[in-house]
Design a protein around this ligand. Structure first.
Ligand code: SF4
Length: 326
């Protein structure tokens, strides 16, 4: 591990001041410390923000939900409002990582976590995300777990978060605070596809902090849930996943929010699937036909062609599960 200095921020002003000077924010540290041990990350200054007042979960005036950036994954998953309003968020969190990690890791850190591409974590491998311009060892290497959507010739790594898939489906907004003040960014704009600059992963400005994530008010009663398909049933990242929320009234799908994980360089919003559902009567045939759009535009690699069919089936199964809920 490279030497670094450490600042414990007593308040938001101190944190922002240190962030403006190039300090890296840290809270649970469950990703960053690992990467520092492996020398993938070499920050000169860490700014501990874990004492900042960002630990609330509350229903907004508009009837949505705001989850503070420092709420732990375990706290968010167990929160009664999260469980009752958006089960898809609780389920995505509970299917992530291990109990120990969920106790430490925060919501803000979760959506900031970096890819699990093995070449990214191997400092001897070519990796444009870690060392811009060095190449991408995964393009013609072991790419079974890599992305089939949103890829570029520079990077094909998946985004590893589960709860980010739920946030993408629900069209959440990320609340930010920086030296220039507060701003909000839609989830779709917050996480960046790799393009020619895979080292740039979020639309954060210098010194900006995530203060929370807001899920908008949606029609009620909304049924929702998360399905994760993986090589083993615990402590494993998704090969594919599906976050689904449906509002059905009068025997017709009125609202559909759907996203897939494990297949995109960012959590992959499935607008074509949503459009195929709206205004239709729920049926097994509808779920199957809508899910056929899930892998639209996919560019599979040598070892991950199976993900095309797998994501279609994952979405179909979760549509059927959520659509059949009483
Ligand atoms: Fe690096 Fe992305 Fe290629 Fe993985 S897929 S080696 S993270 S550039």
């Amino acid at each position: 591990m490279h030497p670094f200095s450490f600042i414990k921020a007593a308040n938001t002003r101190e944190a922002l001041s240190a962030g403006r000077r190039g300090g890296r924010y840290i809270a649970g540290g469950t990703t960053l410390v690992d990467l520092m041990r492996e020398t993938v990350e070499r920050p000169e200054t860490l700014v501990d923000i874990s004492d900042l007042p960002m630990r609330d979960v509350k229903v907004t005036e508009r009837g949505g939900l705001r989850i503070g950036a420092l709420v732990s994954m375990a706290e968010a998953a167990a929160h009664p409002k999260v469980r009752s309003l958006f089960p898809v968020i609780s389920q995505a969190l509970e299917l992530s990582a291990s109990a120990q990690l969920r106790n430490m890791a925060t919501i803000g850190g979760n959506i900031m976590q970096r890819t699990r591409c093995t070449y990214f974590r191997d400092v001897t491998a070519d990796c444009n995300k870690r060392e811009p311009g060095s190449g991408c060892a995964a393009l013609h290497g072991h790419n079974r777990t890599h992305a089939i959507l949103g890829t570029s010739d520079s990077c094909v790594a998946t985004h590893p978060s589960d709860v980010a898939v739920a946030f993408a489906a629900l069209e959440a907004t990320v609340h930010l605070l920086g030296p220039a003040g507060e701003r909000r960014v839609t989830f779709a704009d917050f996480l960046l596809k790799p393009g020619d600059t895979p080292n740039r992963e979020q639309a954060l400005r210098q010194g900006e902090l995530i203060t929370g994530v807001e899920i908008p008010a949606l029609a009620r009663p909304l049924k929702s849930g998360y399905l994760k398909v993986r090589d083993r049933q615990s402590y494993e990242f998704a090969l594919t996943s599906a976050a689904v929320a449906l509002y059905v009234r009068g025997g017709v799908v009125r609202e559909a929010k759907v996203a897939a994980g494990g297949v995109g360089t960012v959590p992959w919003k499935l607008s074509a699937v949503e459009q195929a559902l709206i205004g239709e009567r729920p049926s097994d045939r509808l779920w199957a036909e809508a899910a056929r759009h899930a892998a639209g535009g996919a560019r599979p690699l040598q070892h991950n062609r199976f993900k095309v069919e797998l994501v279609n089936r994952t979405v179909e199964r979760q549509l059927r599960t959520v659509g059949g809920m009483k």
